[in-house]
Ligand binder design. Structure first.
Ligand code: FAD
Length: 415
């Protein structure tokens, strides 16, 4: 069997894998990416958050992505029964990036992977990791090519950015169930000839469809738009027929979308994903670190996936470099703790979204601009700014605010 030796083996060429690969390669180490699929490949997750721009910048990817002309994104708009709550990232409390992109991920991820290859990191496509043996922190990974042939990669360290593949948690039985309820999504890309009648393109629009069910609308610069319905599996059981029939029935049942998309062509047959939330016993071990979706993926509602993927890789890469240099790397303090801080902030927002707390806040009259700017920073992905009370005390701050609004509205209604 063919065997090669690298300093760092990266599993997966998604945003988590390529950001880690670039930063470690720039520090002078021999890095290799193995990727199961042939690129471009479809993956969902098209609306980014401004915070991920810092990671893309450090990885040296920004210019290549800019050159692709993807749709810029400057905020998020929430819609419920005709009421609109718009968040512009220009108004956010934390100083940082105020814009990002909305991009079909096949093109976006290929741009990053091509760029990292240009920098000198080989990406071996159609190469699936099937086994890993650790000997202390050194490892021997077995990979299988599309033609069934096998090879081995010896590495001093592994970064697992395998996303939904969850390679190391699966091989070493580290997977843990999530504390979030299982949800399901049905989505497609569609033509959007009548875009001008509703949404500005530089926003994700999130529509409250019914309690616990919401819709994303993500316009792209190629004229197409991504639409996805998310809810409990029971919600979807009410609809019968092919995926296309169900998808069109969902659109017809939502007044905000029905006229705009009634004649839209589907770019591909609507796809279904479900039960995506998962977590793992640990984020690192002797000789490996997990980054991106492999650590913990919560829910799509606040578009946190790519941001958590790129920021986790940005942080992990620095510790991998320390470790390779023979310096002390404090994984617990400098990796798990900050990542859990970000994940737990988003977890509170996800939970308060599904129980209606955020509806009360988003659609309240006379919103306090300072509080709105603080919540806006979370929606921009700045979930590590502990000066922001809506980050520091995420769950209690949201509950208190919703209670204040409810009590205020009760008194107003009595007047
Ligand atoms: P991925 O992008 O999944 O990349 C992992 C790569 O590893 C893949 O290319 C895969 O082929 C490869 N791989 C897997 N197994 C192996 C193996 N054995 N050997 C070699 N390679 C392997 N996020 C957002 O930021 N914005 C959104 O709007 C958004 N919407 C979403 C909607 C839904 C319904 C869902 C479920 C998720 C959404 N997400 C969104 C989350 C987003 O999909 C992920 O968070 C993001 O893709 C994570 O990036 P990653 O690099 O960790 O993994």
């Amino acid at each position: 069997m063919n065997t090669e030796q690298v300093d760092v083996l990266i599993i997966g060429a998604g945003p988590a894998g390529t950001v880690a690969a670039s930063i470690i390669h720039k520090a002078g180490y021999k890095v290799k990416i193995v990727e199961k699929m042939k690129f471009p490949r479809f993956v969902i997750g098209e609306s980014l958050l401004p915070r991920c721009m810092e990671a893309l910048e450090e990885a040296g990817f920004l210019e290549a992505v800019k050159a692709k002309g993807f749709q810029d994104k400057g905020g998020a708009k929430f819609v419920k029964n005709g009421k609109i709550c718009d968040y512009s990232f220009d108004d956010q409390y934390t100083k940082g990036w105020t814009w990002t992109w909305q991009a079909p991920r096949a093109d976006f991820d290929k741009t990053l992977a091509d760029e990292v290859e240009k920098m000198g990191v080989p990406v071996s496509y159609e190469t699936t990791v099937t086994a890993i043996d650790f000997d202390g922190s050194d490892s021997t990974t077995t990979v299988e090519y599309a033609n069934g042939e096998k090879a081995q990669v010896k590495a001093r360290f592994i970064v697992d950015g395998s996303g939904y593949g969850r390679v190391i948690p699966r091989l070493f039985k580290l997977d843990k169930p999530s504390n979030l309820e299982p949800r399901k999504a049905m989505f497609a890309h569609v033509t959007d000839e009548k875009r001008a009648m509703a949404d500005e393109p530089n926003r994700i629009t999130i529509i409250v469809h019914e309690f616990g069910v919401w819709i994303w609308v993500i316009p792209f610069s190629n004229g197409n738009t991504s639409i996805g319905f998310v809810g409990s599996p029971e919600f979807f059981e009410k609809f019968k027929g092919s995926n296309e029939e169900q998808f069109r029935a969902h659109i017809a049942s939502q007044p905000y979308l029905s006229e705009r998309f009634k004649d839209a062509e589907l770019i591909f047959e609507p796809r279904i994903l479900e039960a995506w939330s998962s977590t793992t016993e640990k984020f690192y071990g002797d000789g490996f670190v997990l980054t991106g979706n492999v650590t913990e993926f919560l829910d799509p509602v606040f578009s946190s996936g790519v941001t958590l993927a790129t920021v986790s890789s940005q942080k992990a890469a620095k510790l991998v470099i320390k470790k390779l240099k023979g310096e002390d790397a404090n994984w617990e303090e400098d990796y798990t703790k900050p990542m859990m801080q970000g994940v737990n902030t988003f977890r509170s927002y996800v939970m308060r979204w599904y129980d209606g707390t955020l509806d009360t806040i988003f659609f309240a009259d006379n919103q306090d601009p300072l509080i709105k700017s603080m919540i806006c920073s979370v929606l921009a992905g700045y979930v590590w700014d502990l000066d922001n009370p809506y980050v520091k005390d995420h769950d209690t701050a949201l509950k208190k605010l919703a209670n204040t609004i409810t009590v205020r509205d009760m008194f107003k209604n009595k007047e």
